[in-house]
Structure formats: C-alpha cells, structure tokens
Design a protein around this ligand. Sequence first.
Ligand SMILES: Cc1cc2nc3c(=O)[nH]c(=O)nc-3n(C[C@H](O)[C@H](O)[C@H](O)COP(=O)(O)OP(=O)(O)OC[C@H]3O[C@@H](n4cnc5c(N)ncnc54)[C@H](O)[C@@H]3O)c2cc1C
Length: 314
Amino acid sequence: MSSSTVLIVGQGLAGTLVARACERRGREFMIVDAGHAGAASRVGAGIINPITGRRLVKTAGVEADLPVALAAYRDWEAVLGRPVLTELAVRRRWVSAEEREAARERLRKGLLAPYVDPAAFTDEGVVIAPAWRVDTAGLIAGARERWLAAGRLREGVVARAEVAGWSGPVVWCDGAGGRAHGLPLTVAAGALATVRAPELPRDEIWNRGGRWLMPSAADGDEALVGAVYSHDEYIDTAAARAELAAMAAELTGLGEAAPEPIEVRMGLRMMGADRRPLSGWFPGREGREGCLNGLGSKGALWAPRLAEEWTERL
Ligand SMILES: Cc1cc2nc3c(=O)[nH]c(=O)nc-3n(C[C@H](O)[C@H](O)[C@H](O)COP(=O)(O)OP(=O)(O)OC[C@H]3O[C@@H](n4cnc5c(N)ncnc54)[C@H](O)[C@@H]3O)c2cc1C
C-alpha cells in the first residue's frame, strides 16, 4: 500500500462506486465496511425513474447523470458476469383529475419529453419509459466478495479518530454513520416488502400516489412493494407490514384477496440539506478527508457521477 492509497469507509452503493472508479483509473484504494447492517443499499429498491413526484417533474440533471449511471452499472455487469440493471416502464395511474390535468399541461409544454410518449397519456394514467431497476443489494454483495478476495476490503467499524494517521485521502461513504461527522443529514427509516403479484408484467413498475409495485426479478411472480418511511431512526415493523400489505392490495387491485407480505426489509436512508447529496472535502480538510453521502431516494441515479467526480478530486 502506498502513502497515497485512498481509504474508503463504507461499502454501500457510494463506497462501491468510488472504489470502482479508483480501480478503473489504477488508483490504489482500501475499503472498510462494518458489514452492511442497516445499509440503505442492501434494502433500497434501486429504481431510476426520470419523472417523479406528485407534480411529475423531470429529475434535475437527469440528462447528465443517466449516461454515467448506465455505463457504471453496465461496467459492473461485465465485472460480475450477471445482470445488475433491468429496463422497465413505469405505468402510473392518476390519483385525481387535478393530477392528470397538471400533468397534461406539463406534457403540452414539452417538459416530460422524451420519457412520456403523448400516445401513452390517457384518462387513466401515463407510461414513463425507459426507467430502470438497479440491483444495489446484489451489486454490493458481489463487489464485497471480489474485494475481500483481492485483499482490498476489510470488515470492521472505523472511528473518525482512527483515520488521523492514514497518509492518503479518506472518503467517508458511511450512510447513517455520517451523522457522527456533524454533517447536515436527515435520516428516514424506510421499509418495503416482498409480495406475490402474478398479474404484474415483468417489465413494468406500477405506480400510484407515490406507491409502487415492481417485479423483484426477471422471472417468477414475486414483486417488491413500497415504500413506507418514518422520519426517525425507528420504524414499527408491524405497522409498516400492515401499511405495505394495504399498498399491495391497492396496487394489485386484489383488495382483501391480496396475499400477505412474504418479507419486510428495512434500512436507513440519508438525505442531504435541500434534498441534495453531500459530496466533497470536509471544510478545513481539503485533500485529506471528505464524504459522499445524503443520496436520498435518488442514490441509484446520482451516485455514479458523484463517484466519478471523486476520483477526479483525489
Ligand atoms: C426503503 C428504501 C427504498 C429506497 N428506494 C430507492 C430507489 O428506489 N431508488 C434509489 O435511487 N434509491 C432508493 N433508496 C435510497 C438508496 O438506497 C440510497 O440512496 C443508497 O443506497 C445510499 O447508499 P450509501 O452508500 O450512501 O449508504 P448505505 O447503503 O447505507 O451504505 C453505508 C455503508 O457504510 C457502512 N458504515 C457506516 N459506518 C461505518 C463505519 N464507521 N465504519 C465502516 N463502515 C461503516 C455501513 O455498513 C454501510 O454498508 C431507498 C432507500 C430505502 C431505505
């Protein structure tokens, strides 16, 4: 290990992508992770949907972020030899006539192009395409195995004081752990569930009123439904399960006939101030220590470009 080896703390999606960007550029790195407990990347749905929100807004910067994100996940597919990225279409149903008419106005102004084909805009809903699902859990598990075998990943918890003696730059990609650095981060505990949804086409996400139902794999009849959030570190499992069951019943249209959730998963999602990610050197520690965090609900889209920017900084 050289005196300029980059130390990456945390191997969720952010740390994995920073490490891979270093690897591709031949920059030496070491990564340490506490074991993915509570990692958002182990739980999150990994949806990249270019048009979201109650008002159907195109995600700011999507044109610049998307090609970088798709290239990064394709690169991982080549490294791991299995799929990471799945292209899907979002079939969104209106919750009200107001929502529909506001969206129609945005469509008329060209604000939803190229993701909404006017022919796919109806009185019932709209189709947003393409969208993607990134298998973030599979990606971080595969990367972990690879770097453990290569001696580049160590399991353990790193304390801030411990890195003082590290001679190279340190990048904290520690998700919920980032609160220890006094960063302006807000935490939300999020839950989603696996359910049976045989009627859901394997290439669609069904979406209504901020809730979604998505195939969990290319085959089979299992789907993920979500998500429920508590703006707290704690989420009541029984209440989350009941809420997710109700979402599945509504989205599948099965009502009371809908089967119970098979499994409920929970993780901590970190959001930066103004819903923007935190990426850069810590003040006063330029060139020595910084972070990539606060990726909120757009980690799958944002992390690849921010990881590339990190390797340019290093
Ligand atoms: C229910 C839910 C649904 C979501 N759905 C989506 C979605 O559809 N689309 C989307 O883009 N995003 C979604 N997200 C958000 C997305 O998952 C996150 O933006 C992203 O995974 C964050 O990655 P990260 O690497 O910053 O953090 P994490 O994945 O939390 O990783 C942090 C890592 O740091 C390690 N760590 C922490 N402290 C230390 C320490 N001191 N020493 C060593 N290791 C440490 C942890 O073990 C962990 O592995 C969702 C999140 C949740 C919870």
